[in-house]
Design a protein around this ligand. Sequence first.
Ligand SMILES: Nc1ncnc2c1ncn2[C@@H]1O[C@H](COP(=O)(O)OP(=O)(O)OP(=O)(O)O)[C@@H](O)[C@H]1O
Ligand SMILES: [Mn+2]
Length: 367
Amino acid sequence: MGDVNNLTNLEKFQRGISKHELYRENDPVVNSLLSDMANNKIVKVYQKEGGTQIKLVIDYENKDEALFKPMRFPREQQTLPNHFYFTDFERHNAEIATFHLDKLLGFRRAMPVTGRTLNITTEIYELADDELLKTFFVSPSNNKCFHGKCTYYCDTSHAICGNPDTLEGSFAAFLPSKEMGPRKVWRHPWRRSYHKRRKAQWEQESDYCTLVRDIAPYNTGRRLLDLMDMSVLDFLTGNMDRHHYETFRVFGNDTFPLHLDHGRGFGRPFDDELTILAPLLQCCVIRSSTLETLLRFHTGEKRLSDAMRESMASDPVAPVLWEPHLVALDRRVGKILSAVRDCLSKTTSDDSELPKSIVVDGSRRDS
Ligand SMILES: Nc1ncnc2c1ncn2[C@@H]1O[C@H](COP(=O)(O)OP(=O)(O)OP(=O)(O)O)[C@@H](O)[C@H]1O
Ligand SMILES: [Mn+2]
């Protein structure tokens, strides 16, 4: 199908997705794709249906697409104390930062995301489809605003407004279409209850992990270790909103889970939500390569915060994160490592076998 030289960077990226990861380490197509999304001409904008908060699909002149989440708040705004994880607003910069973090941790399971500042008149209003256009209005201070249609926060009092005419947002590279790359949706075993008074099973049973590890697909292959990686990523960012995850059907069950939907991370830099680490705390396993990476960031020359600062410096909307969030990353690496240490001391004391908690296998490329 067509000459490889005529492919857009997004198409090249999509063709490079493997059973093990979205892209290869140091693959130059990633930076080219980020730059395309940040600079290419936009020709059409419409709302993505589904999901709880507003998201726009951006069509570029070269037919590539991106998923846009608008900025709602300044970087310093924290999660409102009386909001649950499921009513928290989404933060566009959390999508950008989590892509960088996923990459630095060596997972490569998150789609590339860049920041970009748009002109709300010429790059949204004038390119919007009729549905979206209907939700535009001019605010009392004469800024152009829209609210779209969705389950939460799509009304006049939660509108997205130009400032006065610019709007910042995150642009995530589009996944292959459902036809090209159909995906399977999985319920996360450590999903929260999404109810203000109810608790989930894992919150009430301390040996919940023994149940999980006996059932497919967690009883074999890489999947349980992938959930541990996901809980590491989510604990570092403070994301409590991991209800489902998706895999590509073509790769079967022994493939990586996509890291999608990170808009609710980076909301509380001064608290570390240990319950996000529950999978790791309850199962006491972690992939050896992940442990090595965390140790390197903890004891090595470059701390995780430094690596993140460096990685995000070239983003068009840098600085992407408020400084306290970077400080939190280093502190949380320390907490993950002490959780692993606790696991070790638990499992080595009862029998002389290899400590179960450490992790064993990489099972990333070849198993
Ligand atoms: N980069 C992407 N390209 C294409 N589709 C995507 C991308 N990221 C996410 N999606 C799809 O869009 C849907 C909604 O995305 P996302 O989860 O980020 O939004 P959300 O409003 O938080 O949704 P929800 O309320 O269901 O959690 C997801 O089910 C996912 O399948
Ligand atoms: Mn979500």
